[in-house]
Ligand binder design. Structure first.
Ligand code: FES
Length: 116
């Protein structure tokens, strides 16, 4: 199966621990952030209640810049893996999306149809 790449944004739009960029991944809301120089992307859906993490658009990091935080009830996620680190995510992490950064741009890699 051939993976398709979809442009999300320019690399410079994502600073370490800074605002994220929202995008659509096959009709689902998603976001990309930069953490320790690497870009990561996840579905924008909390593991507690399937709501978006950012009340204020693009605000995914907590004030320390070390954790992703759900604005609704404060669940904390690891920016590098999406793993639940505490709060109401109850050990369930974010859904990871595949990203490539190339020639100053960030792309989501669509790896084919998946159910569920
Ligand atoms: S909806 Fe995210 S912690 Fe409750």
């Amino acid at each position: 199966m051939v993976a398709r790449q979809h442009l999300i944004c320019d690399s410079q739009a994502l600073a370490n621990g800074g605002k994220g960029v929202r995008f659509e991944a096959a009709g689902q809301r998603a976001f990309a952030i930069r953490y320790e120089n690497c870009v990561h992307a996840y579905l924008n859906r909390c593991a507690h209640v399937p709501t978006e993490l950012d009340w204020n658009e693009g605000e995914f990091f907590d004030s320390s810049g070390l954790y992703l935080i759900c604005a609704t009830h404060g669940a904390l996620y690891d920016p590098a893996s999406g793993a639940c680190l505490g709060g109401r995510c109850n050990g369930i992490g974010l859904k990871v999306l595949t990203i490539v950064e190339r020639d100053g741009r960030v792309y989501w890699v669509q790896e084919g149809e998946k159910s569920g």
